[in-house]
Design a protein around this ligand. Structure first.
Ligand SMILES: [Zn+2]
Length: 151
């Protein structure tokens, strides 16, 4: 506890601060909803196509008539990878962790972190559910998923 080296660290793991969140006018509504533990996707009013990440036009028909829709939060693991060496040292203390491409039951796929599951417990096709994670350092709730069986 009296170790001077530890007293200058920003957190118990000694990790540097995480890179800040970058939002745009297009994505702000998504992040605001995440702070309410809600996952928003876009739905096209013209063709019904649903998409994620947020865009200015529908990727199905190029319409600009998009609206937000709350996703059910249910999906399956499309593919995943286990991060042993993170791209930024801020996450070094959290390895290994799992990044998955989750296919939502509404159709869109999104890149997300899987929590509450050991990396060797993840499988393609596994049912997962939305389980947002509050990141106090970022001041933002992040969209993360967990195995449905862990509910
Ligand atoms: Zn469309």
């Amino acid at each position: 506890m009296n170790d001077a080296k530890n007293s200058t660290r920003s957190d118990p793991a000694g990790a540097p601060p995480r890179p800040g969140l970058v939002t745009t006018p297009l994505t702000q509504r998504f992040w605001d909803a995440a702070n309410d533990d809600e996952l928003l996707i876009q739905r096209c009013r013209d063709c019904g196509h649903r998409q994620h990440y947020p865009r200015n036009i529908c990727t199905g028909c190029w319409s600009e008539q998009l609206e937000w829709q709350a996703a059910s939060g249910r999906g399956t693991v499309w593919t995943f990878t286990v991060v042993e060496k993170p791209g930024h040292p801020a996450w070094a203390g959290e390895t290994p962790y799992t990044i998955a491409l989750v296919e939502l039951e509404e159709g869109p796929r999104l890149m997300t972190r899987l929590i509450d599951c050991a990396p060797d417990g993840v499988a393609v096709g596994m049912d997962v559910v939305l389980r947002p994670t509050r990141d106090e350092q970022l001041g933002q709730t992040l969209i993360t998923f967990a195995p449905a069986a862990s509910d």
